[in-house]
Design a protein around this ligand. Structure first.
Ligand SMILES: [Cu+2]
Length: 301
């Protein structure tokens, strides 16, 4: 086989792999999308809030915004698929019907008013159909009028600090090292922290974002929350967690050498459990004794 043939086969394989992945994602989405459109995401599709091998599609959404984002993603996937299919069929049709053998005398037409109006108007309508739900979700994500709870997320190189300004609670959340991970207890490498953030479910929570040194981004895929932590600025969004559980995230803005080692863990608990946790926090010193050791072990800039 010549080099060009080998390269050709290589790219064909790559395209095939891409198309297969795309089709699988589409099938996984399609199987549940009809239900999603009417009543949100079904419990049967519940996936963990951390990456798993061969995972397809987005993480299971547990907030109203994440459900909207999931719906929007599925909706866009259908539009993209329809456009791709139409363009592919058109190309095949043109190649078969208008090649030099099948159609030796080509038409000299250069304008068709109706066709030109259609191919201008149709993309505009498609864009409007995308823009309307997109702006609605963006608007919903922006802020909440009367939050029941406010938390402040502060990014540091390379760990998170959480504050509950109304309760004077403040603590650092530092990553667990590989030796500290308890795999038997279902913990995950590079995703666990010493002190997780605890939040109540069914509560409108305002989240404020800032940073002490460089840009970070606090992200929880299952919440549909991702916003930059900017030094000297306060960004704002909100969330309302619908189901209890342990939710993972990672810093999503390149922030230096340990960017990939600043995981986020949120324990979503019932309101009563949260009240209990909050009362305990008020009693303890906000800085955990081992935090200083962990801080000292972080690489210097
Ligand atoms: Cu970061």
């Amino acid at each position: 086989m010549t080099r060009t043939q080998a390269e050709g086969r290589d790219s064909v394989n790559r395209i095939f792999a891409f198309l297969t992945g795309w089709a699988l994602t589409l099938m996984a989405t399609a199987s549940a999308s009809a239900q999603e459109m009417s009543e949100g995401v079904s419990d049967g599709m519940r996936t963990p809030s951390f990456p798993v091998p061969w995972q397809l599609n987005l993480q299971y959404p547990v907030t109203p915004i994440a459900e909207d984002l999931y719906w929007f993603h599925t909706y866009l996937l259908w539009i993209t698929t329809a456009i791709t299919a139409v363009v592919l069929l058109l190309l095949i049709w043109v190649a078969l019907k208008y090649n030099s053998k099948a159609n030796p005398v080509p038409s000299k037409n250069s304008h068709n008013t109706l066709l030109e109006i259609v191919w201008t108007a149709l993309p505009v309508l498609i864009l409007v159909a995308i823009a309307v739900p997109s702006y609605r979700i963006l608007y919903d994500m922006d802020r909440i009028e009367d939050p029941e709870l406010t938390i402040k997320v502060i990014g540091n190189q390379w760990y998170w600090t959480y504050e509950f300004p109304d309760y004077e609670i403040e603590f650092d959340s530092l990553p667990l090292t590989d030796d500290e991970i308890d795999y038997a207890a279902g913990q995950h490498r590079l995703l666990e922290v010493d002190t997780p953030l605890v939040l109540p479910i069914n509560t409108d929570i305002r989240i404020l974002f800032t940073a002490t040194d460089v840009l970070h981004a606090w992200t929880i895929p299952a919440f549909g929350v991702k916003l930059d932590n900017v030094p000297g600025r306060t960004n704002e969004t909100w969330t309302r967690i619908l189901t209890t559980g342990k939710y993972y995230g990672q810093c999503s803005e390149l922030c230096g050498i340990d960017h990939s080692y600043m995981p986020i863990v949120v324990h979503a608990v019932s309101k009563e459990e949260f009240e209990g946790w909050r009362a305990d926090q008020l009693a303890v010193n906000s800085t955990q004794p081992d935090d200083l050791n962990r801080l000292a072990a972080l690489p210097q800039e």
